[in-house]
Design a protein around this ligand. Structure first.
Ligand SMILES: [Zn+2]
Length: 170
């Protein structure tokens, strides 16, 4: 029985939440993906690559993939015949609170405490990921913007274009 290697390497609730089988599948997926972090194959093929000595039903493989995706570790599509792994997210941890707080201060000061989307100065400000973190946006300063609470909540994970279109309609 393989041990729970990832759990020992990382300090992540997302990993700690996983069942042992899903964790092993994730580890083996990480060793199998192409350079872009993607896989496209039949569930049976994935099963034989990841668990060569066991016969595992497609249903189980898909249930474990779903578990990984529910924990935001991978994104995948399955049309019943082919699994496409869209992305593996394991390297993308949110910053810890103290590091994030330092970054937010820097962004607010850079933007002169003004919402980038509506121009409102001061008040309850938040730090927005211009490309949403859940869409692959980074914590780089160039991807961070000061936003008033109202704009940030309205924007959610929309792109700036979609958000501004939505805002015009409101
Ligand atoms: Zn605003």
């Amino acid at each position: 029985m393989a041990n729970r290697v990832l759990r020992d390497w990382t300090d992540s609730d997302r990993i700690n939440n996983l069942s042992a089988a899903a964790e092993i599948l994730l580890l083996r997926i990480l060793m199998t993906v192409d350079v872009k972090g993607k896989i496209k194959c039949h569930p049976k093929l994935l099963s034989s690559r990841c668990f060569p000595l066991r016969t595992i039903s497609d249903k189980k493989i898909i249930a474990w993939l779903k578990e990984l995706s529910d924990n935001d570790l991978i994104e995948f599509n399955c049309d019943g015949k082919t699994i496409s792994l869209v992305r593996t997210n394991i390297g993308r941890q949110r910053l810890c609170k103290s590091k994030w707080a330092v970054l937010v201060k820097e962004v607010f000061a850079r933007d002169n405490y003004t919402c980038r989307y509506c121009g409102k100065y001061g008040g309850k400000l938040e730090c927005d990921h211009i490309i949403a973190f859940s869409n692959g946006g980074t914590d780089d300063l160039t991807n961070l913007a000061t936003a008033c609470k109202r704009c940030n909540r309205l924007k959610g994970n929309l792109s700036v274009e979609s958000f501004l279109t939505l805002k015009l309609k409101k």
